[in-house]
Structure formats: C-alpha cells, structure tokens
Design a protein around this ligand. Structure first.
Ligand code: LMG
Ligand code: NDP
Ligand code: PMR
Length: 395
C-alpha cells in the first residue's frame, strides 16, 4: 500500500565544492526516497489503508473487546483507552530501530517510523519481527526541508494523533575532506541532524496541542561527544559553535563557511557541533513551551559502537572501536539496551521531567546528567533558535 509513496529516486543531493556540480548520492540499492523538490503524491487508497490500520490497530478506536493498551488518567482526569502514537526519525537502523521495536512490542505504542529509505525501514521492521499493526513507515528525508514539510502534511492526513516525537536520525561524516550539502545547501551533518529536526519539531508542535494523551514528549537525541565536560568530549576535534557566524551565513560553504563557528570544514566537528545544537534546542523548547504540558528531553544512550553511524569511518576504526569501548572505556552499550533506554525516555512515567539530559550509569539506572558549559548556555540557545528559524523559513 504505502509503497505507492516510494520512488526509486535518491534522497540527497550532494553538491561537491570541488566540482560545483550536482552529484547524486544513492542511499541504498533500493533507495526509495523522494528527490528534493518533487512532492509525493499519495493516492486516496494510501490514506484509506492508513485509516484502516489506525482504527483496527486501536489507535483512535480502541474497542472494549480488545485488551486496553493503556489505561492512564489524562490531564483532565478522564480515562484514555488508546495506544500512544510516537514518531521516531531514522528508525531504519541502530538506536531508532531498537527503540521502535522496544516500544512496539509493549503493545502500548504505535510507532511511525519516519525514514528516508522506505524499503529499508520496512525490511528492518519485518526482520525484527515487529507486528504490522504496531508500526507505520512514512517517508522523511531530513536533508530536504520540502520533504520535512511533506512529511508533516502526510502525517496530518493520516489523522493519527501525535503523543511523542523522537528526533533521532543523524549522519556522521568523519572522513569527508570536503563538505556535502542538503537540498537547501546547508552542510549535511548540521543540516540533517539539527536544521531538519528543528523544522520538523516546530511544525509538529501544533499537532501535539491536539493530543489528549497523558504523556506528551519531545525527545532530541544528544551525545557525550558534544559535551566538553567529559573525556569523550575532549577527544579532538572538540565541539564549539563559536559565535554562530557560519550558521548565520547559511552554512553553504560558498559565500560563507560550512561550519557553525565559521572555521574550516571538519566532518567530525560538524557532527559534534550538531549534537550541541540538539541539546541546546531541547532546552530552548523547554524554556519557550513548558506550559504546553509537553515534556522536552535529551539523552546520551551510551556508546552504541556497532551502529550504522560509523559506516563512513575507516575500516580499522570500525574494528577497534567496539572492543575499545567494551574493555577500555566501558562505555559500550548494545543496540537493544540503548533502544530500551530511549523507549524509557518516551514512556516511563518517572522520566517525565522537562528540560533534562538523561544518561545511565553502569548499573543501567537513569540519572539527570550535567551538560557542558556551551551545551547549557541559554544565550547561545536563544541565538541558535533565532538563526535556525530564519534558515528553515519560519521567521
Ligand atoms: C579524529 O581523530 C579523526 O581525525 C577525525 O576524522 C574523526 O574521526 C575524529 O572524534 C572523531 O577523530 C581523533 C584521534 C584523536 O583519535 C584516533 O585517531 C584514535 C582512534 C582510536 C579509536 C579506537 C582506539 C582503539 C585503541 C586500541 C584498543 C584495542 C582494543 C582491544 C581490546 C584490548 C584489551 C586489552 O585521538 C587523539 O588525539 C588521542 C588523544 C585523545 C586524548 C583525549 C584526551 C582528552 C583530555 C581530557 C583531559 C582528561 C585527561 C584524563 C586522562 C585520562 C586518560 C585515559
Ligand atoms: P544509525 O546510522 O544506525 O542510524 C541513523 C538513522 O538516521 C538511520 O536510520 C538513517 O537512515 C537515518 N538518517 C540519516 N540521514 C537521514 C535523513 N537525511 N533523513 C532521514 N533519516 C536519516 O546511527 P545510530 O543509531 O547510532 O544513531 C542514532 C542517534 O543516536 C543519532 O542521533 C546519534 O547522534 C545518536 N548517538 C549515537 C551514539 C552511538 O554510539 N552510536 C552515541 C550517542 C548518540 P538510513 O538507515 O537510511 O541510513
Ligand atoms: Mg570516544 C570514557 C570514554 C569515552 C566514551 C564514553 C566515548 C564515547 N569515547 C571515550 C573516550 C575516547 N574516545 C578516547 C580516550 C579516545 C581516544 C583514543 C576516543 C576516540 C574516539 C574516536 C576517534 N571516540 C570516538 C571517535 C569517533 O569517531 C566517535 C565520534 O566522535 O563520533 C562523533 C567516538 C565516540 N566516542 C564515544 C562515543 C559515544 C562516540 C560516538 C558517537 C557519538 O557521539 O554519537
């Protein structure tokens, strides 16, 4: 059904600075993403199928005959007998996929897997044995703001409620010598990890407001490597947003720098900078929208040393990194464990505090962690918010 939404076009335009040409980057053999600028035309049967799934899947119409998935008192004190609906970006692999599985198998959540590669996501869900009624794959390419807007439209037409949003997808380009760019011309790591999510979360705030679910959460995945108050955050190159001059200039690498601080391109630094943006954005959401009843949180799930995040790193790193984390730093965590941690931040009533950066200790108990000076700088968060609004066309 929803495969009608898929095309065999690649999802990301990579504009190489060297040749100034447009190189098309295929994301997979079966890449099913839509190219930037081309609107997805969903057929009426796509939405009909979705609605059927929603009602049969007890998202909107949990019948008495079905065992109630959740039975929680809503903010108004009435009983809500329906599943929660959570959107997870980048749920086709790693942490996002593991969290999707963890939430889906509780029977209390319907997971919208918001992914750039439709077939990969479907296959991943199937291979983990996720029951069809517990998830829906929807196309989202965060490297295209058109795609982000299209996703929001598709989601709204599905008439599913929005109870939780997890901004999880990310790219890490540690070996890139030259920057590559999103459809709108932003450096790819910050464009995808921060700007795409920033627009998505801002647009979906309205949808949160319509939800009567007792737990409403917006979670943005952060990381230890963006926090310079840790050993991991001190491994060079270190995150540093400077005065945001490169971001304000559009990160396009032509008229201005491709790096937030205005410096020379460095893929590892761009990723760490993007994680600082993620953690600052969560706190700024908290400051601006605390009264909405939505809880805003970030987390460091542990070092999940075998995920696709390291696909672009040199082979030697990919071999040595897992044992290094397991036996030397002891920071290693499996995809399953990390997925359970993220699922906890989505659904555990005891983790409902807003404005928190969650971490776990060696016995896997969660705690409120301290962010670095830069990652908790309120003035920088405000400035980042304002510059980002301009870049994504919200101001
Ligand atoms: C850059 O290199 C790359 O250039 C860039 O492309 C990108 O990848 C970036 O951060 C990502 O890294 C960073 C370089 C910096 O790191 C390396 O090249 C090392 C990679 C090593 C990865 C795994 C190593 C595995 C080691 C072997 C283990 C084998 C395991 C088998 C198990 C055996 C069991 C017995 O690296 C450095 O520059 C190194 C220096 C970094 C030190 C950081 C220091 C921070 C200082 C903070 C103060 C705190 C001091 C406390 C000291 C505590 C000491 C532990
Ligand atoms: P993976 O590479 O396994 O997962 C990243 C996901 O993001 C994939 O599903 C990928 O899709 C998706 N994605 C990438 N680009 C886009 C895009 N343009 N549009 C939509 N989706 C996209 O890595 P991880 O699971 O490790 O990473 C998940 C999160 O965890 C990230 O935010 C990362 O920063 C964070 N994190 C990871 C740590 C680790 O040790 N691995 C540690 C701390 C934080 P596709 O499958 O199509 O490639
Ligand atoms: Mg790190 C306690 C030590 C610790 C932890 C928890 C991490 C997590 N790392 C630690 C230490 C070190 N790392 C040390 C001492 C070194 C130098 C040998 C080191 C190196 C290193 C490299 C080269 N580490 C890395 C890289 C990467 O390319 C990864 C990265 O920076 O991605 C941005 C990475 C990571 N180390 C981590 C974590 C969680 C990562 C990866 C992902 C992320 O932050 O999202």
């Amino acid at each position: 059904m929803a495969l009608q939404a898929a095309t065999l076009f690649p999802s990301t335009r990579c504009i190489s600075k060297e040749n100034k040409g447009i190189a098309i980057k295929e994301t997979s053999l079966f890449g099913s993403a839509l190219p930037a600028g081309i609107k997805a035309e969903f057929s009426p049967s796509f939405y009909k199928e979705l609605r059927k799934k929603v009602s049969n899947g007890a998202i909107r119409a949990q019948t008495a005959a079905t065992a109630p998935a959740v039975n929680l008192a809503s903010s108004e004190g009435k009983k809500t007998l329906r599943k929660g609906c959570v959107i997870i970006t980048g749920a086709s692999s790693g942490l996002g996929l593991a969290a999707a599985k963890s939430l889906a198998e509780t029977g209390k959540w319907h997971v919208i897997m918001a992914c750039r590669n439709f077939l990969k996501a479907e296959q991943a869900a199937k291979s983990l044995g996720m029951a069809k009624e517990n998830y829906t794959v929807m196309h989202l390419d965060l490297a295209s703001l058109d795609s982000v807007r299209q996703f929001v439209e598709t989601f709204r037409r599905s008439e599913m409620p929005l109870d939780s949003l997890v901004c999880n997808a990310a790219v890490y380009l540690p070996t890139a010598k030259e920057p590559t760019f999103t459809a709108e011309g932003f450096e790819l790591s910050v464009g995808t990890n921060h700007l795409g999510h920033f627009l998505l979360a801002r647009l979906l705030l309205d949808d949160f407001k319509k939800s009567d679910f007792p737990l409403k959460r917006l979670i943005i995945v952060g990381s230890i490597t963006g926090n310079t108050n840790t050993l991991a955050g001190n491994v060079p190159p270190k995150a540093n947003l400077g005065d945001l001059r490169g971001l304000a200039g559009g990160l396009n690498g032509v008229g201005s720098s491709s790096m937030i601080d205005g410096g020379e391109f460095d893929g590892a630094k761009a990723y760490k900078d993007s994680k600082v943006c993620n953690m600052l954005t969560m706190q700024e959401f908290h400051r601006r929208y605390e009264e909405t009843g939505i809880s805003f949180a970030s987390l460091y799930p542990g070092c999940i040393a075998e995920t696709g995040l390291f696909r672009n790193h040199i082979p030697l790193f990919r071999i040595l990194f897992p044992p290094f984390q397991k036996y030397i730093t002891k920071g290693y965590v499996s995809e399953k464990e990390a997925g359970d941690r993220l699922a906890q931040v989505v659904s555990d009533p005891s983790l409902s505090k807003s404005g928190v950066y969650w971490s776990w200790n060696s016995t896997s108990a969660s705690f409120e962690n301290q962010l670095s000076k830069e990652a908790s700088d309120a003035e920088k968060a405000r400035k980042l918010w304002e510059v980002s609004e301009k870049l994504v066309g919200l101001a």
